[in-house]
Every structure is written in structure tokens, then in C-alpha cells.
Design a protein around this ligand. Structure first.
Ligand code: HEC
Length: 129
């Protein structure tokens, strides 16, 4: 018969390894937001300057960091995608004051459509998963 100490060590090893195993499984199942090149190009042109890890605009970064969208929980990802779609539809983003200075960053109707369709379809895919 193995002694008690051995049994408890073996049990702890078992617990730790099953925890690690389930953690890796969880990671491979992680939900991600796919960003096709055309969407990425528009976001880089009109949104990234403020909604990005290195942004100096703390308020914008706090509300939405487009670089770390993938690190959010599934529900937060869905909420962010919906907000992106809504703010674009209502012409709230990029902010009007910013566009006065940088009119070339304004989204064209075609770009708005691409971003909204992308955000809505990604949100739908996440909801189904
Ligand atoms: C000039 C900086 C700037 C740019 C460019 C910009 N935003 Fe924002 N954004 C902000 C700020 C500041 C806030 C926070 C507003 C507030 O809390 O009142 C914000 C908030 C948001 C929010 C959260 C809205 C909410 O109700 O909480 C979303 C979503 C968003 N922006 C999407 C975008 C998208 C999509 C683009 C590109 C099309 C974009 N933003 C471009 C500055 C910017």
C-alpha cells in the first residue's frame, strides 16, 4: 500500500494536471473576431487612431480597444460589435470634431456598409456558437 503522503501528492498532481488540461481546452475553444482585410483597412483609417492600445485618447481606448477585441469574453465581444454597428449607423463615429480636422477619415457610405455588415455578421456568428 502506498503511504498517505504519496497518495495525497498524487492526488494534488492529478488535480493540477486536470485543471491545466481543461484550461488548454478552454483556450482552443476561445471565440475570436475575424477581421477581413477590407474591414481592417477601414478601421485602421478611421478608428484605430483612438481605439487602440497605444492611443492617447484614454476615454476612447477605455470604451473600445479594437486591438484587443479578441481578448474579451464572448458576451462583451458581441456587445462591442453591436456598439460598433450602432455608432456607425448613427454617424457618431468617428467624432464630428475629429472629422473637421481630418475630413479624409470620414467613412464613405460604402465603407459604412462594409463595417456594419461585418460587425453584425460577426455578432450573429458569436451568438450562434
Ligand atoms: C478622434 C478619436 C476617435 C475616433 C477616430 C473614433 N472614435 Fe470611437 N470613441 C471616441 C471617444 C472619445 C469615445 C468615448 C465617447 C464617450 O464616452 O462619450 C468613443 C466611443 C466609441 C464607442 C462606444 C460608444 C458608447 O456608446 O459607449 C464605439 C463603439 C466607437 N467609439 C466606435 C468607433 C468606430 C467604429 C470608429 C471608426 C469608424 C471610431 N469609434 C473612431 C473617439 C474616437
Amino acid at each position: 500500500m502506498p503511504d498517505k503522503k504519496f497518495v495525497s501528492i498524487a492526488f494534488v498532481v492529478f488535480l493540477v494536471s486536470s485543471f491545466l488540461l481543461s484550461a488548454t481546452e478552454y483556450r482552443t475553444e476561445e471565440k475570436t473576431v475575424k477581421m477581413p482585410d477590407d474591414v481592417k483597412a477601414i478601421i485602421e483609417k478611421s478608428c484605430f487612431g483612438c481605439h487602440n492600445t497605444d492611443s492617447k485618447n484614454d476615454k476612447a481606448k477605455e470604451k473600445l480597444n479594437l486591438k484587443t477585441l479578441d481578448q474579451l469574453t464572448k458576451n462583451k465581444m458581441i456587445a462591442s460589435l453591436k456598439e460598433i454597428s450602432e455608432t456607425i449607423e448613427e454617424n457618431e463615429m468617428p467624432p464630428a470634431k475629429f472629422l473637421e480636422k481630418f475630413p479624409d477619415k470620414k467613412l464613405t457610405d460604402a465603407e459604412k456598409k462594409i463595417l456594419m455588415e461585418w460587425a453584425n455578421s460577426e455578432a450573429k456568428t458569436l451568438i450562434k456558437q
